[in-house]
Design a binder for this molecule. Structure first.
Ligand code: NAI
Length: 297
């Protein structure tokens, strides 16, 4: 495979997981953050998760303690934490996983277009913005692709590989091969809002909120219906609490603004009200349910 060295920008919830799976799979990784505290936090998260990985491997008899220790050390040794974008210059692939703000992402890709070597493939982990637009901002739209991982990256098996309007065939093929190399199942997507998963999932969540708003059923019954009737691991309201009500609202607002004629994109009033009241889901202690850690009531 042509990709050997990978840059990951943003070492938050998603970025730290991408850094970890890439390092575990044998890639050299530059983990880039904007501040030292954010970088320290991201690297500490990786450290904790690697330790858990090693513990499980030993528990399941897949590795001896020495093997697990060597594996963790090798993965750790492939990660370079950095605050300097110049460290990305010779990366074969750079994956952006910063805040979900298109202007901020476009500005970053414009910089990357100047810093990275001409062959570098640029990728975004965006959940809701057009890859093609970031490609244009980078000045090398044919080398831009979407690599959309799922949370938690270490466990979720899917990666959506998104073809922008101008993505070159070999770039797309290399991005897909990278997804496989880090142990994921890649699916090919067009550059449409929400790609495959979120295009189906977010409207499903908003229909559940509209149902609650109309008083058709209680939140507990809506969740139980989908959990036990469809075999989903959790119901749509619990899921919205996990995703974050603010995140869900901002995705929907972006889509409604960009695609006003798409009937699947609607913003339930209850979602706006909860966010305005600071009820953002599990992370704020209350959304549709009250939360103490993983326990809801
Ligand atoms: P996060 O807020 O946990 O992490 C973002 C990180 O980027 C922060 O650590 C921040 O310090 C850093 N950062 C911001 N600007 C930067 C810059 N200019 N240079 C370097 N570092 C910078 O966010 P999260 O949840 O990891 O999301 C990142 C991206 O992944 C977003 O585009 C989001 O839509 C997407 N995504 C999120 C998923 C989720 O479940 N949270 C799932 C799939 C994709």
């Amino acid at each position: 495979m042509a990709i050997k060295k990978v840059g990951v920008i943003g070492c938050g919830l998603m970025g730290h997981g991408i850094v970890q799976v890439a390092a575990q799979s044998g890639f050299e990784v530059v983990a880039l953050e904007s501040t030292q505290p954010a970088l320290d936090k991201g690297l500490a998260r990786i450290e904790k998760s690697l330790a858990k990985f090693a513990e499980k491997a030993v528990e399941k008899g897949k590795q001896t303690e020495d093997q697990a220790k060597a594996f963790v050390e090798a993965a750790r040794g492939r990660i370079l934490g950095s605050l300097d974008k110049q460290d990305l210059a010779d990366c074969d692939l750079v994956i952006e996983a910063i805040v979900e703000d298109l202007d901020v992402k476009n500005a970053l890709f414009a910089e990357l277009g100047k810093i990275c070597k001409p062959e570098t493939i640029l990728a975004s982990n965006t959940s809701s913005f057009p890859i093609s637009e970031m490609g244009v901002a980078s000045g090398r739209p044919e080398r831009m692709v979407g690599l959309h991982f799922f949370n938690p990256v270490q466990l979720m098996r899917l990666v959506e590989v998104v073809r922008g309007e101008q993505t070159a065939e070999d770039v797309f093929a290399q991005a897909k091969a990278f997804g496989e190399a880090v142990g994921k199942t890649p699916v090919s997507c067009k550059d449409t809002p929400g790609f495959v998963v979120n295009r189906l999932l977010v409207p499903y969540m908003s229909q559940a909120l509209l149902m609650l708003d109309r008083g058709d059923a209680t939140k507990e019954d809506i969740d139980a219906a989908m959990q036990f009737g469809c075999g989903y691991p959790m119901g749509p309201l619990t899921l919205t609490d996990y995703v974050g009500l603010d995140t869900t609202l901002s995705i929907l607002e972006g889509w409604v603004e960009r695609y006003p004629n798409e009937p699947a994109f609607v913003i339930p009033q209850i979602l706006k009200d909860k966010v305005a009241a600071g009820k953002l889901g599990r992370k704020s202690g209350e959304g549709f349910y009250k939360w103490e850690g993983d326990k809801k009531s």
